[in-house]
Structure formats: C-alpha cells, structure tokens
Write a protein that binds this ligand. Structure first.
Ligand code: ATR
Length: 274
C-alpha cells in the first residue's frame, strides 16, 4: 500500500500542495499518496490523531494551525523551535516530530532559483507575525550585512529582533524608521495585501538593483510587488517558488529524496499565466 501524507489547513480547498507532492513523487519514483484535508478550527489535534490512526506517515500544516502543530509535536527540530511554528510533521511510532521548512524554502528560492546571494546584503523584512518569525534564523544563517525588521506596531518588531539577538544584531522599528536607509532585498511577510493596503515604505528604501520578494502569491502581480515596481525595485518575485521549495524540503524529511523542483515550479507558473 502507498504511504499516506496530507496537508491540513482551514481553508484548504485551493491548496497546491497535493499537486506539488504528486509531481515530486512521480519524478522521483516514490510511491505515496498526498491529500488535502480540512480540519475544523477547533479540531486540529483530533484530525491529526485520526490521520495517524489511518496510517498517515506525515503531514504539512498551514494556516491557521502552525502554532498548534508546534504545541502538538512531541519533538521539535532546532529550526522549528526557533520559528515557534511547525509546517511539517512526521509520525514515527509514538513520536510526532515537528519541523519547519518555510525559512529553508524561502532561502533556497532566493539564492538558488533567483540566483540572489544573501551574503553581505542589506535585508529588510516587513512584518513581525508568524510568517516573519519563521524565516529569520535561516535568513541570518546566510550572513547578510544587516537585517532590519519593520512592522506597523514597532514593539512586535523589537521583540522579534531581541529573540534572535544571540545569532546577530537585528535592527527593528516601524516603517518610518527605515527612512533614509536603502536595502538590497525587501521581503514582504505582512498580510497587508489581504486588506488591499499599501505599506508605508519611505522613498529610497529600494536600493539600485534590489530584489522585492513577496511571500504571498496570487494569480497576477501581488499588491506588494506592484508597489515595489512603482517604487523602483529592479527585480520582483512572489512566493510561489518558496511554496515549492518548502514542499521539497518536507518531501526530503519524509522520503530522504530531494525532488527536482524546477519543472514543478515552471508548470505552476505556466498554469496561471494569462
Ligand atoms: P502571519 O502568521 O501571516 O505572519 P500574523 O501573525 O497575524 O500573520 O501577522 C500579520 C503581519 O502582517 C503583522 O506583522 C501585521 O502587523 P501588526 O503586527 O502591526 O498587526 C502585518 N499587517 C497586517 N495588516 C497590515 C497592514 N494593513 N499594514 C501593515 N502591516 C499589516
């Protein structure tokens, strides 16, 4: 019988993860089934127990369950402990092992797929919620020249910067505090675009040749990337590559095989082309 995996979220109907993992399995010759399952907002632990009882070997976890998955895990990888959130679970006997592949996926997309080295770069991370927290340690591991976390409420950015101060000195503040500074890489980890709002980015934050990266993705240009274009960002990328790369990292955790991500990403991009 094929090994069983799935992604849990709410909502989950439009998840691309089943198609991504099916493509990985096909190209790497792995025999597995990967489903999308809706968990009730208050029913995540029960959904996990039922899935384990049905023989599930591992699961991805998406909004809004990543912090709950973190609490449910009986063992955490170092990067999941740092992130305070879990997006990948592996079920080994009685153990529920929690990992977080989001940061690795982001870094891989930027450095490998986009060919943008983070070493020595000035990085601005926008947002100080869970999405932001999950990627800070992997970003710092690439040894950027500096990292600034900007957030609507400055105190949350300052709190996050302090939480990672053992790794590197991280600057933090509200958006206005970035005035007069320029950055080589700006990453949007806010959910501002859901409310259709532009971020109050001072003029000049996009250095010449800079890359604007939106962890969100959608059918067309995201609001943040439209704003980045208007404010002069030389290069722009949305989070579709991060989605595929975090999935590849989860696939590797479960199967010990690193799938080829490029054809999968190319197909997803082709599918949504107008
Ligand atoms: P996630 O897990 O996606 O990070 P979250 O923890 O709710 O979700 O965090 C959402 C982030 O988007 C926060 O940084 C939030 O800023 P605040 O901490 O000030 O609330 C940011 N955000 C949401 N809407 C925004 C908007 N309209 N303008 C600027 N930032 C916004």
């Amino acid at each position: 019988m094929s090994d069983l995996y799935c992604v849990f979220g709410n909502p989950i109907a439009h998840s691309k993860s089943p198609a991504i993992h099916a493509a990985f399995a096909a190209t790497s010759g792995q025999d597995l089934i990967y489903e999308a399952r809706l968990a009730a907002v208050d029913g995540f632990p029960q959904a996990i127990s039922e899935f384990i009882a049905a023989g599930g070997k591992g699961a991805n976890v998406t909004v809004p369950f990543k912090e709950e998955a973190f609490r449910l895990a009986t063992r955490l990888s170092a990067r999941a402990a740092r992130a305070g959130a879990v997006n990948t679970l592996a079920f080994n006997g009685d153990e529920i092992v929690g990992d977080n592949t989001d940061g690795a996926g982001l870094v891989r997309d930027i450095t490998h797929n986009l060919g943008f080295s983070l070493a020595g770069k000035r990085v601005l991370l926008l947002g100080a919620g869970g999405a932001s927290r999950g990627v800070i340690a992997p970003l710092l591991a690439e040894k950027p020249a500096s990292l600034f976390i900007a957030n609507r409420s400055a105190d949350k950015a300052v709190f996050l910067a302090e939480a990672f101060s053992d790794i590197a000195t991280v600057d933090a503040g509200n958006f206005a505090k970035t005035a007069g500074k320029s950055f080589d890489l700006l990453i949007n980890a806010t959910s501002a675009s859901l409310s259709g709002e532009n971020l109050p980015l001072p003029p000049g934050v996009f250095a010449s040749g800079s890359l604007a990266y939106d962890m969100m993705y959608g059918k067309g240009e995201t609001p943040f990337l439209a704003q980045a274009r208007e404010q002069g960002a030389a290069r722009r990328a949305d989070g579709l590559g991060m989605l595929v790369e975090q999935a590849a990292e989860a696939f590797f955790i479960w199967r010990g095989v690193r799938p080829d991500t490029m054809p999968v990403l190319a197909e997803l991009r082709a599918k949504r082309a107008p």
